[in-house]
Design a protein around this ligand. Structure first.
Ligand code: PDD
Length: 284
């Protein structure tokens, strides 16, 4: 089955799908995006993703390209046409095509692109993956709460992680506190069993997986607090983990080369991941 992409009202062969060179996403990174997981044919956490998309668009004063009901249809159509049962939907909205000028153009129409691709179903054993991270000074802007396509600082930091043989880089602010990864949110479990993750301020993206995991933590009655934590605190934590739509929840076993906790097992990380994926898995 050859891949199909939705571009500005049309379903096109993925290999030749394109937007104009004057698209403001291309010239100014003037746009936003969402990545959603498809699990067993259903979109995971679709509602919260659409709420965050609306927030990002509103922050940048980009009009919604269509209603949420229409968007849901397009995403399902992209999933269907690409034969995706387990995979990813990528959705991007830019301010549109206009002659290059920094200020908002008067006449541009938002440009919507939706793609979908298959990937292997989430493997429960992935929770045992040996995820190492590095910590690194952050070089991002001050509105990380907007899911903007302007990801160059994250790209540069992820590359540093890769070159260091690590999966992710936790970006540290001037006060020495961990913000988040380059494409994931950061969490620790302290020695007294309290789950800690930074509060959703403008220094981090309020991950949809983060919100879902916080809901599970509340429901299950685990102790938690939303506050910044330092690199030293992370290194002496009992457990550490990261979350995103793409990886769901993965335990972090090494930080800057040092082991986190005793090494094995990671009961809370496992439990939280199972709880998050369980409703989706039961729909299979
Ligand atoms: N990244 N923080 C950043 C900077 C991110 O880019 C992401 C997601 C997250 C986690 O958000 P969520 O749980 O909603 O996926 C946190 C996506 C998956 C990406 O860029 O591919």
């Amino acid at each position: 089955m050859s891949r199909v992409a939705y571009v500005d009202g049309q379903y096109l062969p993925h290999r030749s799908a394109a937007v104009h060179i004057d698209d403001r996403g291309y010239q100014f990174a003037d746009g936003v995006y969402e990545v959603m997981a498809v699990v067993g044919g259903s979109l995971l956490d679709e509602g919260p993703h659409l709420i965050r998309l609306a927030k990002s668009l509103a922050e940048l004063q980009i009009p919604a390209p269509m209603t949420n009901a229409a968007l849901r249809v397009v995403m399902r159509e992209a999933i269907r046409r690409n034969g995706v049962r387990d995979g990813i939907v990528y959705l991007q909205v830019t301010r549109g095509v206009a002659a290059r000028d920094h200020a908002f153009p008067k006449a541009a129409r938002p440009m919507l692109v939706v793609t979908s691709r298959r990937r292997s179903p989430a493997d429960p054993r992935a929770v045992d993956n040996r995820v190492a991270i590095i910590t690194i000074p952050g070089i991002r802007w001050q509105r990380c709460d907007i899911k903007s396509v302007a990801l160059l600082p994250n790209v540069l930091r992820k590359q540093r992680a890769k070159e260091a043989g690590a999966f992710e880089a936790w970006q540290v602010d001037r006060e020495g506190k961990v913000g988040e990864g380059t494409s994931t949110n950061a969490w620790i479990v302290t020695l007294d069993g309290t789950v800690v993750t930074r509060q959703a301020d403008s220094a981090i993206l309020n991950g949809v997986t983060r919100l879902a995991v916080l809901d599970i933590i509340r429901r299950e009655g685990y102790a938690f607090v939303e506050r910044p934590f330092s690199v030293a605190e992370a290194k002496s934590a009992r457990e550490a983990f990261l979350t995103s739509t793409v990886v769901d929840l993965l335990p972090v076993v090494r930080i800057d080369g040092a082991a986190v906790g005793s090494g094995e097992p990671r009961p809370l990380s496992r439990k939280l991941r199972e709880c998050h994926l369980a409703p989706a898995a039961s729909k299979k």
